[in-house]
Design a protein around this ligand. Structure first.
Ligand SMILES: [Zn+2]
Length: 233
């Protein structure tokens, strides 16, 4: 058994279990939402690596909350966690409009790190092996709209994944995802490929994650050379 994140061999000393996504996204939800959550084997170091930042996705969801009664506890904890930090004054802006909106800034690099970690977790869960070592991950999330090429890749990935069913960790209202391993004969703009279950033939892995129906990153992984050929310059 290997660690889903770093791929190290697990022993009785360093073996732990990690929930994908983090348990804090389920706070306030009833037990029926929490059964069948994805749990992957993780080494002690990887399991602890994200503990300093693992509130970031929860905090975004809690603040976005569109009057969702079920997210009340997530919102309560998000506000608490933001106000507890010494930099809260810099993060919060009071709107000048009539309805006095309050906005909060988030750490984008922490969010990305967590999305990538979750992607590795669901990949391990689905295929029972780690992402190939020569593969690098790329993420398209909110804020990337200005990069036309990334948006085009995102649209192609979503279009392909449209035909597949959502997989769930716990409950679709909290976390759902789609994954596919693809075999491109030639890197091309036309996105001409077939799906494979053989990692030797796979040169592009694509995935879409949705948290609480509000955060929706697209992630893809490929060999570095291949990735450079499709990434925006
Ligand atoms: Zn590890």
């Amino acid at each position: 058994m290997k660690c889903y994140n770093c791929g190290c061999e697990l022993t009785t000393e360093n073996r732990t279990r990690e929930h994908i996504p983090a348990k804090n996204l389920f706070n306030g939800y009833s037990e029926e939402y929490k059964t069948n959550r994805i749990v992957v084997p993780a080494c002690f170091i990887c399991n602890n690596q994200y503990s300093q930042i693992d509130q970031e996705i929860r905090d975004v969801i809690g603040i976005i909350n569109h009057d969702n009664e079920q997210q009340k506890e997530v919102t309560r904890q998000a506000v608490k966690s933001i106000m507890r930090k010494s930099n809260w004054v810099e993060r919060i802006e009071f709107g000048q409009t009539v309805n006095k909106n309050i906005s909060v800034t988030f750490n984008y690099s922490h969010l990305r790190e967590l999305h990538l970690k979750n992607f590795k977790g669901i990949f391990y869960h689905e295929y029972k092996f780690n992402l190939p070592k020569n593969f690098e991950l790329e993420i398209i999330a909110e804020g990337d709209e200005e990069f036309a090429k990334l948006v085009a890749i995102k649209n192609m990935i979503q279009k392909y994944l449209e035909t597949k069913n959502w997989n769930v960790s716990g409950h679709a209202d909290v976390f759902k995802y789609k994954l596919a391993m693809l075999d491109f004969s030639q890197p091309s703009e036309s996105f001409d490929f077939s799906e494979t279950t053989d990692i030797q033939k796979c040169n592009l892995i694509i995935g879409e994650l949705i948290y609480h129906d509000v955060i929706n990153p697209i992630i893809f992984a490929a060999d570095k050379t291949y990735l450079n050929s499709i990434k925006p310059k």
